[in-house]
Design a protein around this ligand. Structure first.
Ligand SMILES: *[C@@H]1O[C@H](CO)[C@@H](O)[C@H](O)[C@H]1NC(C)=O
Ligand SMILES: *[C@@H]1O[C@H](CO)[C@@H](O)[C@H](O)[C@H]1NC(C)=O
Length: 158
């Protein structure tokens, strides 16, 4: 069991930092107004609380969690920002470095226009593997969302 749990941790860690930056098209034909600051036009992020910039704060089972209250966000944003951090997380640093706008957290948008700057599909507590797979091996997920949900959300956005 301990061995399985170690494997699980490794699998989760490899999944959390998957961030995809979409290459910018020709500025004249892309039709993406204001999105051609650099080589990339927008970011799509997948993962858990290490990359989530607002989904867990909206998702009912985790909304209102301690990370949505001060002192979270006090040091950098000056207010709770929906991140499980007192400041910026890896997604923020990548977005700054790539010179692209912040992607909209998936649960914060509903129309195509909401996702013109990409989307953050990551959600705090998410697992790489399916909750049912984990449950069958005695591992209870904190939230019942996995990478397969995030890839479906990504397809919805597209
Ligand atoms: C997209 O990014 C642009 C440029 O930063 C910004 O003006 C606009 O409000 C953003 N739109 C959305 C839906 O996030
Ligand atoms: C995640 O996927 C599972 C299995 O397909 C589904 O039952 C569940 O409703 C999804 N959760 C969310 C939050 O979309």
């Amino acid at each position: 069991m301990a061995q399985f749990q170690r494997l699980l941790v490794v699998l989760i860690l490899t999944a959390v930092l998957l961030v995809v930056a979409e290459a910018a098209g020709d500025p004249d034909t892309s039709g993406c107004r204001g999105l051609t600051h650099g080589r990339y036009s927008r970011v799509f992020a997948f993962g858990n609380s290490l990359t989530d910039t607002g989904n867990a704060a909206i998702y009912p089972p985790t909304a209102g969690g301690t990370f949505t209250r001060l002192p979270y966000g006090q040091t950098y944003f000056g207010r709770p920002s929906g991140r499980a951090s007192d400041g910026r997380i890896i997604t923020d640093f990548l977005v700054e470095e790539l010179k692209v706008p912040q992607p909209t957290p998936y649960l914060a948008g509903s129309t195509a226009a909401d996702f013109v700057n990409g989307s953050n599909l990551a959600i705090g507590g998410s697992t790489a593997l399916e909750p049912a797979f984990l449950e069958a091996r005695g591992v209870t997920s904190l939230v019942l969302v996995s990478l397969s949900n995030e890839t479906r959300w990504f397809q919805n956005v597209l």
